[in-house]
Ligand binder design. Structure first.
Ligand SMILES: [Zn+2]
Ligand SMILES: [Zn+2]
Length: 353
């Protein structure tokens, strides 16, 4: 049995998103049915909808930064009740029994891979999954998060479900904390959350950006200062002083200029995947100070809940601009020019049915 949902979909790679109706399964025993209130707009949405990454299945309903209210629960659901405010991030399922799933790292599921909130194989109805640019979604309770923030902040909570966990997970994994000097490369949707979270963890945070005019904002978000990465003297002044660098820039760039700033045993973790490869980093820069370059992908469900609770306890939400559903293409165009501070969030009340 299914229920008709309404949303916006890209019908093909070269056609704009437009109103689209489709079927959601009725809640099975382990499912939570959610009326969507807000959905953040992630760069992955744009890349997928416009076919800039291989493998988009059309029609494509993007959206994996979802906040909503529980409308119904299946008979086996114990963690959630009707009326609860909940979130859904980038995943809606995984195999549940491989080593990564057993460790609560479902994003690294080794058998089937995790099931994406959109553009993944729909485990129940067949076909592919449809995301959060819609009025409702049905998700297994194990992939639903509890939201404890104030109701007035819910729109700004939505981006935590992808941008928040993508930055929290590596900061936590590499044990960022008080007494450490931490760099955040890039001040966009991911970077601005990285600054807030690293500062809340007690680190001294420095932002690397090509644009000096972001300095005031970087400091407002919690950074000690902004280092202009094109300024060789400014960069050289920090050589060998950073404990950890979180690099959020997906465009191909020279990694060595940041590697040189790490202390002995320092790590730079990359969370963006470039279309064109980065120039090969200097092995000497790695070897002589036992430095490391690492990667990190979102975070597991338990860690996503931990991140949401951490953000609630520290009063952290994203800096957002609200977007009406029908204006999503204008939002994409502005995102491509980095003209958003720092995340668009769609108010699902603007969706015309
Ligand atoms: Zn995302
Ligand atoms: Zn698995």
């Amino acid at each position: 049995m299914t229920t008709t949902a309404h949303g916006y979909a890209a019908p093909s790679a070269d056609a704009p998103l437009a109103p689209f109706s489709f079927e959601r399964r009725d809640p099975q025993p382990d499912d939570v049915a959610i009326d969507i209130l807000f959905c953040g707009v992630c760069h992955s949405d744009l890349h997928t909808a416009r076919g800039e990454w291989p493998g988009t299945l059309y029609p494509c309903v993007p959206g994996h930064e979802i906040v909503g209210r529980v409308r119904a629960v299946g008979s086996d659901v114990t963690k959630f009740a009707v009326g609860d405010v909940v979130g859904v991030g980038c995943m809606v399922d995984s195999c549940g029994h491989c080593a990564s799933c057993a460790d609560g790292e479902e994003q690294y599921c080794e058998t089937t891979g995790f099931v994406g909130t959109y553009n993944g194989p729909d485990p129940v109805l067949g076909g592919h999954t449809f995301g959060g640019y819609s009025d409702q979604i049905v998700v297994k309770q194990g992939f639903v998060l509890k939201i404890g923030h104030d109701e007035k902040d819910l729109a700004a909570v939505a981006p935590l479900l992808c941008a928040g966990i993508t930055t929290y997970s590596p900061l936590k994994h590499w044990k960022v904390g008080p007494g450490q000097k931490v760099g955040i490369v890039g001040l966009g949707g991911l970077g601005h959350m990285g600054v807030k979270i690293a500062a809340a963890m007690g680190a001294e945070v420095h932002v690397f950006s090509t644009s000096p005019n972001k300095r005031e904002d970087a400091i407002r978000l919690g950074a000690r200062d902004l280092i202009v990465s094109k300024d060789e003297d400014a960069m050289a002044a920090h050589t060998g002083t950073f404990d950890f660098i979180l690099n959020t820039v997906a465009a191909s760039h020279n990694l060595d200029q940041f590697l040189m700033l790490l202390k002995r045993d320092g790590t730079m973790t990359l969370v963006g995947v470039p279309e064109e490869p980065h120039p090969s980093p200097s092995v000497g820069a790695l070897v002589f100070k036992r430095r490391a370059i690492a990667g990190s992908l979102i975070g597991g469900i338990a860690e996503t809940q931990e991140m949401l609770d951490f953000c609630r306890d520290h009063g952290l939400v994203a800096d957002i601009e609200m977007l009406a559903m029908k204006d999503v293409e204008q939002g994409y165009d502005r995102m491509q020019k980095s003209d958003v501070k720092y995340r668009f969030v769609i108010d699902m009340a603007t969706l015309e049915k």
